[in-house]
Structure formats: structure tokens, C-alpha cells
Design a protein around this ligand. Structure first.
Ligand code: PLP
Length: 452
């Protein structure tokens, strides 16, 4: 256990805000509280053994990893990819998304799952998010479905499970495929079921910044043999020789997608070791993060972004976790000013979340393939830029959320200091009102950078 440098002086919670010259609430040394992933000798020897026999580009370790990962998650098939973006590109193809098809996805997410629609000639349709879960809103999905809709991409945003019952019922009624992007929520539960096993197929990142962190890597999982084999045919030429799906046999030996998507075996070697400890380590993260939010129950201006674990759901590994901000309870103090003051107390938090992708030129202007019009509109049946005007929650959410620290160990005395920092700023918010210069237009970012 790391030692506290010194006990937070009892008077600090009653001193002025650190930003205004008072004492700083968080006095602990960080040490390994935020270090991730946890790498031991076991990971190191697994990597060395692959290196020493020059097995980096084979598939034996990766196949073992796929098998164990699928078994652990509760899926029939796993297919290891070189990154999450590749696994999601493969998932789109595997769901038969092609030219003129429409794919519905949230605008508040990382671009990885969405961009694959461009090269498939499909049309990306943005749906709004739910302001509480921050995941795609089933009601908004429903009104955007057309006869062209082929798939829905669902992201369990920052670990919060999307409303899968509602989404699956809409999709199954209309014969639409559901692709779960589990990049933020590997191993998480929705009403007792593992995320990634509820939709027709899942793709996810296993890169170093995520909860399930193995290096560059991604995993596709499914229970559907044809989906699995289409994903093999798309990007795994070396494994396409003995496919059972008859129409895929003619492409044996060469990749349908022209992609080479297999996982590097230094990653799968790490993955096999990480898998052994993942549930246990995530359980400690959940205990720590829930403790943090328990300490902050009832604090004006903020709300937890979390599920009640008694429902059988959970927040997986709390990747890039957020809190809700309610400026109305703090006389309109901007989340930017709030975060700056909390940061000065020694607790690193930041306003916003992913920026709405529909506001980026790539999704409204850029002509990538020389179609003479923006790529996103190239195969569209209508002017999607008008549809993009109806995403109010996505456009306003940055002013109502902030990132929170990601505790990897249950150390209640230290976690309490971080919670106290937020509590203190909430209690003293009035001293910030006069110098609040508001939120900037471009809050949040196109991707999450790591604060370590
Ligand atoms: C990280 C991420 C991806 C992409 O995964 P990579 O391994 O970085 O290619 C896709 N979707 C979401 C939601 C992500 O956060």
C-alpha cells in the first residue's frame, strides 16, 4: 500500500478553493493507483517465448487466445484482429453491409466502428444518444430506420451498457443486424449477460489504453457461423481454406476485403495472460469506482454515470469514465470552470466527452474517393446533412459531462481525497461564479488521450 504523503489537514475542506489560494485537497502520491495495464513477469515471459521462437506472425497463440476469449465471454467464435477498428470493419462486412445500405450509429463515440461504412459504399446515419446512459437512444434509432437500414452499431459508452432489450427488439422485428462495439466495456454485464453476446456480432479494441489492454489488438465475436466465416474471408487470407459456407470457398487463399487483419502474436501472448486476471482486476476497479461515487451521492451539481449492479448490469472496467454535470444546481457555473477548480485541488478531471462526429468535416464535406460530393453522401438516398440537424443531445452533452479519475486499486483513504476535492468545489461554487468565462465551443476531443 502506498503511504499518504501526509494526512489531508482537517481544515482543508473548510479552506478556500485551492484555485483561489486555499490548500489542496489531494495530498497522496499517485504511485500505481492509475497504472494500467498491470504487467507482471508472466506477461513478460509470454512475450519473450513468442519472440525467441520467432512466432510473431503465426496464428497458433492467437487461435488459443480467440478460443479462451470466446469461452470467457460466452460467444461461440472469436477472431483476433490487429486492432479494434479492423474487427469492426470486418463486422460490418460480415453483416453484409454493402453499397447503398444504411448503418445507424451514435455520433458521440470514437470513429473506429463508423468509418468502415465509407469503404463499403454504405451510408452512415447518425442517431442521438440518451442523456442519462450516453449510449445510442433506441427511440431515435427507430425513427431513422428505412428499407435500406442494414445494421445498427451500438457502443456501450464508457462502460455503460446500452439499452439492449429495446435495441434488439427493434432490430429483430425488422431483420436488422446489431453490431456491438465493446471497446469501452469488455467483460461487462447487461442484465446478467456479457456485453458482446447480445447483438449479432461484436467488435472491440484491445489496445493499450482500453480496459482489456494487450497492445494493439481487436477481437470479433459472434455465435453465427456465416458471420464468423465472412470475417475470416474478409481479412484473414491464411485461414480461408476450409470454410464451410459454400459461396465463400471460391475466395480461399485471398482476402475478399483486400485487408490483412490478423493479430500480432506479441499481443495475443499478452492477451492470454491478461485474460486470466481480467475479471478479478475489473472487480477491484468497480469496487473503487463505486466507492468514489458512493462518497459523492447527493453532492449538488454532479451525478454518477453508472448502473445499479443489483440489476445484473455493471460498468465493466469503467473505461474513460464520466460524471454527469448539472449546472442548474450551481447557478449555471460552467463545467469548464468547475473542472478547473477540481483539478487545482489535485483531482484531474476534464469537461466534455467525445465530440459529436457529425460536426466534423469528414462526415459532411470531405470527398475521399473523388465522387464529386462528400463521401458520406455519395450513395445516400437523401440529404443526410438535414438529418444531422436533429441530434440535440449529442450537440449539448459536452456541457453536461466530465471525466473522472480511473482508480485501479481499492484504496479508500486515497480515493476519499479525490472525492473530497469534488465535494469541496461543489460546496464553494459561488466563489467561482464571478470569474467563470464559460465553456468553449470545441469542448471534448475526437479521441481520449490518456492522463497518466
Ligand atoms: C478504441 C475504440 C475503437 C478502435 O479500436 P482500435 O483498437 O484503437 O483500432 C473503436 N471503437 C471505440 C468506441 C473505441 O473506443
Amino acid at each position: 500500500m502506498p503511504k499518504l504523503k501526509k494526512e489531508a489537514p482537517v481544515s482543508c475542506s473548510t479552506s478556500p478553493l485551492a484555485l483561489l489560494g486555499g490548500c489542496k485537497t489531494v495530498t497522496s502520491e499517485m504511485e500505481d493507483l492509475f497504472t494500467w495495464p498491470i504487467i507482471t513477469n508472466e506477461d513478460e515471459s509470454a512475450v519473450l517465448s513468442v519472440l525467441r521462437r520467432c512466432g510473431m506472425s503465426s496464428t497458433d497463440v492467437s487461435r488459443k487466445f480467440e478460443e479462451k476469449f470466446a469461452l470467457w465471454q460466452g460467444s461461440k467464435y472469436g477472431l483476433a484482429h490487429n486492432n479494434g477498428t479492423a474487427s469492426l470493419h470486418a463486422a460490418l462486412f460480415a453483416c453484409k453491409v454493402g453499397r447503398y445500405d444504411e448503418v445507424i450509429a451514435p455520433s458521440i463515440t470514437y470513429w473506429g466502428a463508423l468509418m468502415g461504412t465509407f469503404s463499403l459504399g454504405a451510408t452512415l446515419i447518425f442517431a442521438d444518444i440518451d442523456p442519462i446512459s450516453l449510449c445510442i437512444d433506441p427511440k431515435d434509432i427507430e425513427r431513422r430506420i428505412t428499407p435500406r437500414t442494414k445494421a445498427i452499431i451500438v457502443v456501450h459508452y464508457t462502460g455503460y451498457p446500452a439499452d439492449m432489450d429495446a435495441i434488439m427488439s427493434i432490430a429483430n422485428k425488422q431483420g436488422i443486424k446489431v453490431i456491438e462495439d465493446v471497446s469501452h466495456a469488455q467483460g461487462g454485464l447487461y442484465k446478467g449477460k456479457r456485453l458482446g453476446t447480445i447483438g449479432h456480432v461484436a467488435g472491440m479494441s484491445l489496445m493499450t489504453g482500453k480496459s482489456f489492454a494487450i497492445g494493439e489488438g481487436g477481437m470479433l465475436t459472434t455465435d453465427d457461423l456465416e458471420i464468423y466465416e465472412r470475417a475470416i474471408a474478409w481479412g484473414h487470407y491464411e485461414r480461408s481454406n476450409n470454410l464451410q459456407t459454400p459461396y465463400l470457398r471460391e475466395s480461399a487463399g485471398l482476402p475478399l476485403g483486400g485487408h490483412k487483419y490478423r493479430m500480432h502474436q506479441l499481443s495475443s501472448a499478452v492477451g492470454l495472460v491478461q485474460l486470466k486476471y481480467y475479471d478479478q482486476r475489473c472487480a477491484e476497479i468497480r469496487k473503487s469506482m463505486n466507492y468514489f461515487w458512493d462518497l459523492l451521492e447527493g453532492v449538488p451539481g454532479i451525478r454518477a454515470h453508472r448502473v445499479d449492479e443489483a440489476s445484473g448490469s455493471n460498468m465493466a472496467g469503467w473505461y474513460a469514465a464520466r460524471g454527469h454535470y448539472v449546472p442548474e444546481e450551481l447557478k449555471g457555473l460552467s463545467v469548464t470552470a468547475f473542472c478547473r477548480a477540481v483539478e487545482a485541488e489535485g483531482c484531474p478531471i476534464a469537461p466534455g466527452c467525445n465530440r459529436p462526429l457529425h460536426t466534423h468535416a469528414l462526415f459532411s464535406k470531405t470527398d475521399i474517393y473523388n465522387d464529386g460530393k462528400p463521401t458520406r453522401l455519395a450513395n445516400a438516398s437523401r440529404n443526410l446533412l438535414e438529418d444531422d440537424q436533429t441530434l440535440p443531445v449529442s450537440e449539448g452533452i459536452a456541457r453536461r459531462v466530465f471525466s473522472i479519475p480511473w482508480f485501479k486499486h481499492y484504496r479508500p483513504d486515497i480515493i476519499r481525497q479525490y472525492a473530497d476535492a469534488i465535494r469541496k468545489v461543489s460546496a464553494n461554487y459561488e466563489s467561482l461564479l464571478s470569474q467563470d468565462s464559460g465553456n468553449s465551443e470545441s469542448m471534448g476531443s475526437w479521441n481520449f488521450t490518456r492522463h497518466q
